[in-house]
Structure formats: C-alpha cells, structure tokens
Design a protein around this ligand. Structure first.
Ligand code: G6P
Ligand code: MN
Length: 440
C-alpha cells in the first residue's frame, strides 16, 4: 500500500477545482490522500463549491480529511504537495487582458501577446509570495504550478529561486494534444511517447512512437494534412477552441515538418485571429457562460444533500489527471514520462542556457529529468530566440519595474511588432492593472 499524501490546492476558487477533485478520486489508489486543503484568499468562490467537494470526497474517499481555508499558514504548515492554480485578478482581469489588445487590432489572448504580458505581470508577484509562504514552513514541499502564463511564471521563479529544485511548472496542452492524437490514431494514450521541443505554449512535436514498436508520426501528419483536427472532447468544446484546433491544419499547409502546439497560431495568424475576434465577447466570457455556469449548477445540487445519486460527478479532466499523475510519479519515484518545463542548460545546446524550455522527460523523487533534445534548426531557433527575449524582458520589467524593458518585450512579441501599438497597449494595460503592477 502506498503512503498517503497531504496536498494543498492554491487558487481553489477556480471553476476547475471540481474536475481536479474528480481526478483525485479517480486516481486515489495510485495517489492516496490523507488530507486535502482547499486554499483561496477569496472564500466567495470556494463557498459555491464546498458542499459539492465535501460530498464527493466523503463518498469516494472517506479516509481523506478535507479542510477549506483562507489562511496561508493553515494551507502550508504541513503539506507534501501544493497544486497551484491561482488566477490573479480573476475572470474580470482576464477579460480586460483579452479585450484591451483588440482595441489596437492586436491578439487578445490570456497567455499570448499583450494579454499574456499583462497577466504575467500580475502572476509573478503573487507566485513569488506563494513560494516564500510555502518555504517559510518547509523546503521539502513540492510546488506543482499550473498558474499561467506558465512560461513567464516559470522563468520568473527560476530567476528568483534558482536553487529551488522542488518547483515544477506544468501545462496540460501537450498532454491534451496527445489525448487527441491517441483518439485519431485509435490507440491508448498511455502507449504514446512523444519527442517535443519549444517554449511553453510555443512548441512542436517532432516524433510520436508507440510502446508497441510502431511509429505513428507520419500517419498523424498525413491525417492532419487531409482531415480537420478536432480535440478528443470536441462535443464539449466551445467554438473558439474548435477553431483553435483547426488552425493546426492551417499551419501545416505552410510548414509540415513538425506538428505545432495550438498556441503557435497566435504568432502566425495574428491578423486573421483579430479579425475573427469579437471585442465585446472573448474567451473569458465564453468560459464564464459555459464551463463556469455548468460547474456552479452542478455544485449547487450538492447543497443540503448527503447523497451523490442525483449529482453528476465532474471528472476526466486532462489538467486534473496531469497534476495527480505528476505528483504520483514524484511521490513514488516512478520516472513516468511527461512533457515538462526545465531550465535549458544543455537540453538544446544551440539555444540560450537560461531559457525555460518545454521538452519530454521523466519525473521522479528528485524532480524532472528532461531528455536532451539536441540542436534546433534556424527557423525554430529564430522564432524561439525572439519569444525567449520577450519572456526575459517581461520578467526583468516586472522585477525592476522598468517601463523600457516592457516596451521592448511587447515590441519583440510577434503578435505586436509595431512599437507605436506596443506603447499604446502597454499604457492602456498599465492603467487597467494599476492595483497589481506599475512601471516607470
Ligand atoms: C489550455 C492551456 C492552459 C489554459 C487553458 C485555458 O489548457 O494549456 O494553459 O489555461 O487552456 O482554457 P480556457 O478554457 O480557460 O480558455
Ligand atoms: Mn498551458
């Protein structure tokens, strides 16, 4: 029997928390839970989900102690894993991050372009504070971070805590794409092994093999050239996500050497994406009207009942499964394979050593063991150098409160380029974010 774990969910007010609980319950034999601490500084959102979460855990994992708190010491004084998924500024600020760039005909997206910059500036301060709060109690607690924009958060935390080996930043998009590839290929996701390189939300699959000895890469590439790419759970996806997947097909009409992550489209097809965006109704609104609404409805059914009989249990979340499987691989030293973020060092020898790259690798009790990738070709290197410089200047702008670096960062971003627009959008974002960050 595996030893039991204490975990803290930071940012527990996210509408994704019930799905994460679904993964915890589904995988509880593999990752047994002694205690789960739900921590959020805003109890208004967690209170909408508390009855549901308590009922699900009481029903499916009665041995697990459940705590809800708004106090960081209660959250961190004795915990093995922090699953961090905070959203600084909540949906209201996500909405502004997406809408303000559109005023200047720039991409309005939560992690890419000016929206990602603005969100990164908000996340960095709160994430640094979180690491300090956790480390005040223990140097051994694992921090698994899902807070976006993960590229900027990961680079910032690496600069501020360079010796801390127990912070892992993760993204579910490569994992989610692999689930979709498996469905297309008609195989179990667990048999697929990918080779992948890039930065977070900025990478490519370069090989796909099966543990059955087959090479699936060419079959998949041929499929993506000839058929519409749909996510594995297309029926549950909103229109904007379906369009996002289709642009992988579009990218491959131009460059079919490697399979891109969906996020690259924002850098390649910025104008088309802007022209198709509604400046009054962006992904933040769509997510609120779909996922959040559904989650609140399901959770409200748990109020005043002791039985799950009439309640749909939210499960099969890619992000939830990834979080729990990663923690499992660390806790029991399994060396399972993931696509993960790491400081480059020599993973890609012809690329900046201090960049945070995203590659395949294994995870065990000592953390991530990324596979060495090798040199990359000029096209990808050129794209990544620009994007890395943007990420680095964003982090430095935050740490030094430096307006010029922020302007340089946005000008380097492929979704912006024009310094006049960069300045206009920066000034607008700074005004909207004045409760969170400032530059001079
Ligand atoms: C993917 C990305 C995440 C991002 C999420 C947004 O899963 O990897 O980084 O947070 O999409 O999804 P949403 O449904 O909120 O637009
Ligand atoms: Mn991501």
């Amino acid at each position: 029997m595996r030893s039991s774990n204490i975990i803290t969910i930071t940012g527990a007010g996210s509408a994704r928390t019930p799905a994460l609980v679904g993964s915890l319950v589904k995988l509880k034999e593999r990752f047994p839970l002694k205690k789960v601490i739900f921590y959020d500084i805003d109890s208004e959102r967690t209170s909408k989900m508390e009855d549901y979460i308590r009922l699900v855990l009481k029903t499916y994992s009665p041995e697990t102690e459940v705590v809800f708190t708004i106090d960081p010491d209660t959250a961190y004084e004795n915990t093995d894993f922090v699953f961090c998924q905070m959203r600084v500024g909540k949906n209201e600020m996500r909405s502004l991050d997406e809408k303000i760039p559109l005023k200047y005909d720039l991409v309005g997206q939560e992690t890419c372009g000016p929206g990602g910059f603005s969100y990164g500036m908000r996340s960095l301060g709160a994430m640094i504070e979180m690491v300090n709060q956790v480390r005040k109690h223990s140097k051994d607690t694992w921090i698994l971070n899902y807070t976006n924009p993960a590229a900027i958060v990961a680079l910032g935390l690496d600069k501020v805590f360079p010796e801390d080996k127990r912070i892992l930043n993760l993204c579910d998009q490569p994992y989610s794409l692999m689930r979709s590839f498996a469905k297309i290929l008609g195989v179990e996701q667990s048999i697929l092994r990918a080779t992948y390189f890039g930065l977070n939300h900025f990478g490519w699959f370069t090989e796909l093999k099966g543990t059955d000895g087959k090479d699936y890469y060419e079959t998949l590439k041929t499929y993506l050239r000839d058929y519409d790419f749909k996510p594995y759970n297309a029926e549950q996806r909103s229109k904007s996500w379906l369009d996002t997947y289709l642009r992988v097909n579009k990218y491959m009409n131009f460059f079919d050497e490697y399979i891109p992550t969906t996020y690259l489209q924002y850098y390649f097809f910025s104008e088309e994406i802007v022209s198709e965006s509604d400046p009054n109704y962006t992904r933040a609104d769509e997510a609120k009207d779909s996922r959040e609404k559904e989650v609140w409805e399901i959770c409200s059914k748990a109020v005043g009942t002791d039985s799950v009989d009439d309640i749909e249990i939210i499960t099969n979340s890619v992000f939830g499964d990834l979080m729990v499987e990663l923690a499992e691989s660390i806790a029991y030293d399994l060396h399972n394979e993931f696509i993960l973020m790491s400081r480059n060092n020599d993973i890609i020898p012809n690329f900046s050593k201090d960049a945070i790259v995203e590659v395949s690798g294994t995870v065990g009790k000592n953390g991530a063991n990324p596979y060495k990738y090798g040199d990359i070709k000029p096209f990808y290197k050129g794209l990544m150098e620009g994007q890395h410089a943007y990420e680095l200047l964003t982090v430095e702008a935050f740490l030094e409160k430096d307006y010029t670096k922020a302007l340089q960062a946005l000008t380097l971003n492929r979704t912006v380029v024009n310094p006049e627009k960069a300045k206009a959008v920066l000034d607008d974002l700074m005004e909207a974010n004045k409760d969170y960050w400032y530059l001079s």
